[in-house]
Design a protein around this ligand. Structure first.
Ligand SMILES: [Zn+2]
Length: 188
């Protein structure tokens, strides 16, 4: 599957999700057995951990189709980048989608500021560039979109493996926004 086919597949799956017509394929015993020996996920999704955002459902994907990293605020930290590097270098995934979502709690907390303890403070620090790049008093959802955009750029800036794959045309990075109400994913 090439990059465009991967993107089309995500869009088609999301259309099924939005219209309540999931096909639920590739989730059965035979699919499990097929995958024991290896995986070739066609896309990598960097998504928030939010329970309302479930990439496998949002794209109507089955086992072995999507390599998903979920971390609050869909940030590009060392661990999430390393996970993406693995899928790029070893699994042949060609498309990376950084997906923010409506009413993101992590972005809301980052905008609110204050002391949330060392771990959350550390994580929210990754969202600060999006706040700086947004207008004063910008709506949370707009900061979220900016965060996904900047995070997609950071993947190239912070990873030689990802940068080389993108430069060679083997991999494309895009960012997207998940609407909690409709379930629709707006791709960049
Ligand atoms: Zn979130």
């Amino acid at each position: 599957m090439n990059i465009q086919e991967s993107l089309n597949r995500l869009k088609e799956g999301n259309e099924r999700f939005v219209t309540d017509s999931l096909d639920g394929k590739l989730q059965d015993n035979s699919r499990r057995n097929t995958l024991v020996g290896g995986q070739q996920p066609y896309a990598i999704i960097l998504s928030c951990a939010d329970s309302r955002v479930v990439p496998e459902l949002a794209f109507d994907a089955g086992l072995g189709e999507l390599f998903i990293i979920r971390v609050a605020g869909n940030v590009a930290n060392s661990s999430s980048i390393a996970s993406i590097e693995y899928a790029v270098a070893h699994l042949g995934s060609k498309l990376i989608v950084v997906m923010g979502h409506q009413s993101c709690g992590a972005v809301t907390a980052a905008v609110a500021g204050g002391d949330n303890g060392p771990n959350l403070n550390h994580l929210l620090g990754f969202i600060k560039p999006a706040i700086s790049a947004s207008e004063e008093g910008a709506a949370i959802n707009n900061v979220t979109k900016k965060n996904a955009e900047l995070t997609a750029e950071e993947l190239v800036n912070k990873s030689e493996i990802i940068k080389n794959a993108v430069d060679k045309g083997d991999v494309k990075i895009t960012h997207a926004y998940y609407n909690l109400d409709s379930g629709r994913v707006d791709f960049n």
